[in-house]
Ligand binder design. Structure first.
Ligand SMILES: Cc1cc2nc3c(=O)[nH]c(=O)nc-3n(C[C@H](O)[C@H](O)[C@H](O)COP(=O)(O)OP(=O)(O)OC[C@H]3O[C@@H](n4cnc5c(N)ncnc54)[C@H](O)[C@@H]3O)c2cc1C
Length: 265
């Protein structure tokens, strides 16, 4: 049986642009571009390395609105073999647990798999909860912040760096890992693969009716957390242009940094 490496990826807004008022704030998707969560790139990369070494197929899975398809197509361009989008109005309003239940239902529908790989965190909500919650729902062994993995028969050997030590673990498969951001992701991207990934309708779309899922566990219904209130951060920056000879400019900039105690020590 060939291994299936499932990677969960999320499309996140490039910038935090909101609509609505305090109390019912939503990301304004019309005014901000959606991008592949940068912390999911290492998970895709590790899955591709596992496939190169052990064979099988990489399946990317995402829950999100229809435009999340773009992130899946990007993953196809990197070398994933199959892409599935879980999109349904009934998934809307999901907190992390409801998201994990939807993704777990997607994984169950995929059938047999060897390993689920998640990013360590996301650029937007950034809770790092979805991976561990999925492992709990699917009753899988889990390791977080993995940066190296290899398979030996039905065992996965993983490595991670924690608090100044290098830890090596063995886990029975199937399992779930979250992948640390330190993996090098500079994989050459052939133009042809980009064209293929964006030119053909390869992304499968599944709704709640396609999944064996309890509707009380997904979307608003399945969300146990609710935000009472939101306050939008306002950032302000002031710049200073130094126009003089480079050597004098360097001295002036150094002076400012020292005065503001920004150089440490
Ligand atoms: C009360 C509440 C209401 C919310 N309402 C909404 C809402 O209406 N609309 C909305 O868009 N969001 C909503 N969210 C945010 C939503 O819960 C999170 O975006 C989602 O659960 C993922 O959490 P996270 O970004 O912290 O992921 P993390 O736990 O930080 O992500 C870790 C990893 O899990 C995987 N992962 C996470 N999310 C997905 C995904 N969707 N698909 C595939 N893989 C994934 C990725 O591999 C990722 O790297 C709400 C959150 C709360 C608490």
């Amino acid at each position: 049986m060939k291994p299936t490496w499932v990677v969960c990826i999320k499309q996140v807004p490039r910038e935090a642009v909101f609509k609505g008022s305090t109390g019912s704030l939503q990301v304004d998707r019309a005014r901000t571009e959606g991008i592949l969560n940068p912390y999911d790139r290492p998970a895709i990369e590790l899955a591709l390395r596992l496939k190169e070494k052990h064979g099988g197929a990489v399946v990317v899975l995402s829950m999100g609105p229809p435009q999340a398809e773009e992130a899946l197509r990007e993953a196809l361009a990197f070398g994933a073999d199959r892409a599935v989008l879980l999109a349904d109005p009934l998934f809307a309003g999901a907190d992390t647990l409801a998201t994990a239940h939807a993704l777990a239902a997607g994984v169950r529908r995929l059938g047999r798999f060897s390993l689920i790989l998640c990013g360590a965190r996301t650029l937007d909500s950034d809770t790092a909860q979805v991976g561990p919650q999925m492992a709990e729902i699917l009753d899988l062994p889990m390791a977080a912040y993995v940066d190296k993995a290899s398979r030996k028969e039905q065992t996965l050997r993983v490595e991670r760096s924690l608090d100044g030590v290098r830890e090596r673990l063995r886990m029975p498969l199937p399992a779930l890992i979250t992948v640390a951001g330190r993996i090098q992701v500079s994989r050459p991207l052939p133009l042809g693969s980009v064209e293929n990934a964006f030119g053909t309708p390869e992304v499968e779309c599944w709704g709640t009716q396609d999944l064996d899922v309890d509707l009380g566990r997904v979307g608003w219904e399945g969300s146990h957390t609710a935000a009472d209130d939101y306050t939008v951060w306002r950032h302000s920056r002031s710049g200073q242009v130094v126009q003089t000879r480079p050597a004098d400019a360097a001295d002036r900039i150094l002076d400012v940094l020292v005065k503001r105690n920004l150089l440490g020590g």
